[in-house]
Design a binder for this molecule. Sequence first.
Ligand code: GAP
Length: 465
Amino acid sequence: MATKIAVKSPLSLNNMIQLKDMNGMDEIVSLCKRRGFIFPGSDIYGGMAGLYDFGPYGVELLNNLKQNWWKHNIQQRADYVGLDSAMFKNPEVWKASGHVDSFSDPMSECKECHTRIRVDKELEKLGVFADEKMTEAEIGKLFDEHKSKIKCPNCKKQNWTAPKKFNLLVKSNLGDFTEQNTDPAYLPGEACQGIYLNFKNVVDTCRVKIPFGIGQIGKAFRNEISPRNFLFRTREFEQADTQYFVRPHKNKEPYERIKQEQWDWLLSLGIKEENLKWHQHENLVFYAKDAWDIEYNYPGNGFDELMGIHDRSDYDLSQHMKFSGTDLEYRDPMTGEKYIPWILETSMGMGRLFLAVLCDAYEQNEERTVLHLSPELAPVKYAVFPLLKNKPDLVKKAKEVFEMLSSRYNCEFDDNGNIGKRYRRQDEIGTPKCITIDFDTLEDDTVTVRDRDTTEQIRINIADL
Ligand code: GAP
């Protein structure tokens, strides 16, 4: 049985400030650092551009997002299986994939202060679009026409070098004990290559039949010229990918279905539909026949890519067949027909999803900052408080409740400061329910449960928690 308790000054929704009304991303960056979601990488050494660490609450939220993705995209689908491939691959893989030759961004350097810019992104801000397939000379010509409008973000001068295409792959010397490192083992430029390399293994061992999909969450590394916007463009990030293998030319219907499913899944996380939008690519990357992005309205930045959904046709398996010499054709078990499957890809940066979910859940009013995360995603599900920390009976009882709940949920025990302050701390990290153990609990085994969103409090039996 639950009894409602009258709450002093319940918070009015009228004074809520939305993130888009404020300094946008600055608020999120500040909350993330203050409350242990995200720390700048190598912080004590002054950091390093484009690298971040997930703190105690950040890793919980990240893991919850990954689990939700895995459940929704793999486990709950009869036609998908999962994979976890090694990050390092034979160097030939990145030649076959096209990354060694074509995975580059045009870069220019300020001759005054040596700040580097991504030329295509700077042109984009002026409404000028540089095609991925343009040569250095063609981009140089476009840049010459517009560079008088592009100021150095650091020294504000306009003295630029001619744009050069800069390859984004990150090299390592894994397995190379010479000084030359002529054939480097690259870190993955995109996580999905491991799926293509294992296509034949999965077909041979897992009784899958086309159409079917393989999914994985894996790390990617890119030598981004100008990492920016917090987790949005980093040099190390995680991608959650699915690759759906279909018969040649049977791509249209599943492509539309996959697009819709991904849109619906983002909504199921609690992201507001008004903050999502479709964008079809006009300039296609080297592997794609068609490409759509789901964009999120990032505060201070506007709509930008959250997830890419690509029709990659037979590009990947054909390339790996050619370079490896291994037959990657699929043999239809019913008809005996052999063909190279076409691939439909979904690829999403976990950091960009993390950021979108945080921004969408963020609200601030005169009294508190609150994250309205769905209970499934919230880093902490229940916070348990003894009313007073110097009363051993209350503390003992609160610890019993904590132990009972923490066997199933990630919970937090907090006996520090007054109850109001403890509520505020939990609101900031999005904890859905706070449970207070007081003197009545010792008499009747009931506790106060306070709801994060409404701030309403009810009294319920411990057995009913
Ligand atoms: N396998 C396809 C692929 O990698 P992409 O559009 O380059 O395609 C897919 O990347 C997703 O990975 C993007 O939609 C974005 O969410 C994320 N992503 C790409 N570059 C990123 C970066 N530098 N930092 C963070 N996330 C990134």
